[in-house]
Design a binder for this molecule. Structure first.
Ligand code: UT7
Length: 335
């Protein structure tokens, strides 16, 4: 990232389904309780997209429209849309194509990017390249997942964790390089695939009566090893990006962590030496929305941020995938 021109966030928007699934609701569905869920995960409720006719692309389309309205541009001015998701509407066409169509972004090309809970960071890094190299002026990056479509609501070890949401950003060039994405460290290790995955529906295990009977179209997670890897990897990579850029805890306005588990978030903040007051946390209200968690935080906190503030974005997820991005905020709070 040596080019002086950076990719800056010039709009941020989120969309949440109206229906809530609370811990009390889950107590009626599986053998769990509010106390266990809150103390082990930090989650109290999540949003669920109940309308059977709506999918991930509908949530993305709302985000695209919201970003354009906020920036005062027409969706037709958007050049590229990247959608990070593990719950695409279908294998093809891509969710990006469907959401461009639904939002009126008819001059944009786009594609889906699959990196589970690190999807937004992988997509942000990818999208920023098109801006910094000058080939694209307006790039939208959205993290969106309808996790309720792949959650087994009879499995208490996973169904309490996930929710549905979409959120994203508009990227445009900052020719001065003083705001926008400053550095990124992204990593992956396929050896982690056995601990967090959805096994069927792809080319390895095409859908069949057997895969359905074996519940292979749902998320399966071995929580403990994922937890251990998440704590170490997210904390290490967040520390590494600060260290290699000479940033101390005092230089950081906020840590923006993926919201999978409050205990993982706290461990990451501790390793960075950052206090809770400087950590964006909304897991209590939305649970783990996979690719949407980080932009959802940015959206909810955007009115508290001023240009030039340093943010460290950090994620860990299926793959395994993980990473950290250092960015300088570019937007002025709304009056
Ligand atoms: O976002 C992608 C990356 N994903 C993550 O980062 C998630 C990482 N993993 C975690 O967050 C945690 O491992 C979980 C929240 C999934 C589980 O927490 P844990 O502290 O690791 O619990 P555990 O799996 O070790 O289970 C402890 C006990 C078990 O009972 P026994 O064997 O001790 O009798 C479970 O059967 O809690 C039981 N348990 C539950 N009890 C009530 C598991 N799920 C539930 C539940 N309600 N929903």
């Amino acid at each position: 990232m040596n080019s002086p021109q950076t990719a800056a966030i010039t709009a941020v928007h989120g969309w949440l389904p109206p229906d809530k699934l609370t811990n009390a609701d889950l107590e009626k569905m599986v053998d769990t309780n509010d106390e266990w869920i809150r103390t082990r995960t930090g989650i109290s409720e999540r949003r669920i997209l109940k309308d059977p006719k709506k999918a991930t692309s509908d949530m993305v389309a709302e985000v695209i429209k919201g970003l354009c309205a906020q920036r005062g541009i027409s969706p037709e001015e958007v050049d590229l849309v990247i959608v990070a998701t593990v719950t695409p509407d279908m294998f093809f066409p891509s969710t990006a194509q469907l959401s461009c169509y639904k939002s009126g972004a008819k001059n944009a090309w786009g594609f889906d990017l699959s990196a589970a809970c690190s999807g937004f960071l992988f997509a942000l890094r990818t999208g920023s390249q098109f801006v910094t190299n000058g080939t694209h002026k307006k790039v939208i990056v959205v993290g969106s997942d309808k996790m309720s479509s792949i959650v087994d609501y009879t499995d208490r070890t996973t169904c309490v964790l996930f929710g549905d949401a979409a959120a994203g950003v508009l990227l445009e060039a900052d020719p001065t390089g003083k705001t926008g994405i400053q550095d990124a460290i992204l990593r992956s290790d396929g050896a982690g695939s056995e601990y967090l995955r959805m096994q069927a529906g792809g080319s390895l295990n095409p859908a069949s009566a057997e895969t359905i009977a074996a519940k292979m179209h749902y998320i399966e997670q071995d929580g403990k090893p994922v937890f251990k890897a998440a704590v170490t990897s997210m904390a290490d990579v967040s520390y590494e990006i600060m260290e290699r850029n000479g940033l101390g805890a005092d230089d950081i306005s906020y840590l923006v962590p993926h919201q999978a588990n409050l205990r993982i978030i706290d461990a990451t903040a501790r390793r960075m030496g950052v206090g809770r007051e400087k950590v964006m946390i909304n897991i209590e209200k939305y649970g783990n929305t996979t690719a949407a968690t980080i932009p959802l935080c940015l959206w909810e906190w955007s009115n508290k941020l001023t240009p030039g503030e340093n943010l460290i974005l950090s994620a860990f997820g299926g793959g395994f995938t993980w990473g950290s991005i250092w960015l300088k905020w570019a937007m002025t709070p709304k009056a």
